[in-house]
Ligand binder design. Structure first.
Ligand code: NAD
Length: 291
């Protein structure tokens, strides 16, 4: 039997419709969520991301503020812009597109964002809140993975989860979210011994490695749910971190690349902006959009 395809693209489209409906409800109270995206430099991939973030923000009825600064901008200027956005009541979410130019201190810049407007969930306070089970802003990509897993599996409680990758933006927050849902979590990385054997124990396997077709079908426990976070540009086009052809006959369910986790990331950015807006207005969190 072939794995069921977890259709992140259509899930994300439904999520955006839900968010748009909530934006209409907020409009009746005179509230319009606003998302500010700051891009420093001309990195082509970042430009594509920023453009599509702006378009999707407007599509759900939110206001998009875009700030493009030249690559040679000094850090003081960027920090001054962030301070201005922190103070602006029309801005509910602030995202500084990474990577920043090498002369900037990424952590200092991210930690200058007001934590409650930190819709990427990278501020040290949000990292700590997530790790200690407090109300946080949660990084968008792992939040999207969690939504797909819950939708497909129902409860994650007691399941063995292996996350391959320990980055601050995907692997670590993914592990925290799985732990919060009572999965038994192992984080694997480049120094892990016998990764295939470890993966074969996973009911839930999340691959966030950044290596094309890395996870082989023979590493997958039959029937496992596999979430492929990887986005790798190769001569054959966009491929994930999971070798899809060999994974398909073994896995129970699998996210495709493209059309799996990718579309969920921007949808969750909009979800986080909605959450931030509602919290700023003293309203309860939107149902199903937060962990
Ligand atoms: P990263 O480079 O920061 O981290 C990669 C991790 O993989 C590291 O922790 C490393 O220890 C681990 N790793 C590397 N080689 C390994 C090996 N041989 N065995 C086991 N582990 C190994 O990458 P990242 O930012 O976490 O992104 C991971 C992938 O996810 C990339 O392909 C990236 O493009 C993609 N990504 C997708 C989205 C999305 O929206 N779908 C968002 C962010 C990242």
């Amino acid at each position: 039997m072939m794995a069921q395809i977890i259709d992140g693209k259509s899930f994300a489209a439904r999520l955006r419709l839900r968010i748009a409906a909530d934006v209409v409800t907020l409009a009746s109270r005179g509230i319009t969520p606003g998302l500010a995206v700051v891009l420093v430099g001309e990195d082509p991939a970042s430009q594509v991301y920023v453009r599509s973030k702006g378009r999707m923000t407007r599509e759900v009825g939110m206001t998009s503020f875009e700030h493009r600064l030249p690559a040679e901008t000094d850090q003081e200027t960027l920090l001054a812009l962030i301070a201005q956005l922190n103070a602006d009541a029309a801005v509910n979410g602030i995202l500084v597109q990474l990577p920043l130019p090498p002369h900037m201190d990424e952590a200092a810049v991210i930690n200058a964002i007001a934590p409650d407007k930190d819709v990427d969930g990278f501020h040290i306070l949000n990292v700590g809140r997530l790790a200690t089970g407090q109300k946080a802003m949660v990084p968008c990509t792992p939040l999207g993975c969690l939504m797909l897993l819950r939708d497909h599996l129902g409860t994650l409680s007691g399941r063995n989860a292996v996350v391959i990758g320990r980055s601050n933006i995907v692997g670590k927050p993914m592990a925290q979210l799985l732990l919060r849902d009572s999965a038994t979590v192992t984080v694997a990385h480049s120094r892990t011994a016998d990764l295939p054997a470890l993966c074969r124990q996973a009911d839930i396997l999340v691959a966030a490695v950044g290596r094309p077709n890395f996870v082989q079908g023979a590493w997958i426990k039959p029937g496992a749910t596999v979430i492929d976070v990887g986005i790798n540009r190769t001569e054959e086009g966009l491929v994930g971190d999971v070798h899809q052809a060999s994974a398909m006959p073994v896995a129970g369910a699998l996210t495709p690349v493209p059309g799996g986790v990718g579309p969920m990331t921007i949808a969750c950015l909009l979800a986080n902006t909605l959450t931030a807006t509602r919290r700023a207005a003293g309203l309860p969190d939107p149902e199903g959009l937060t962990p």
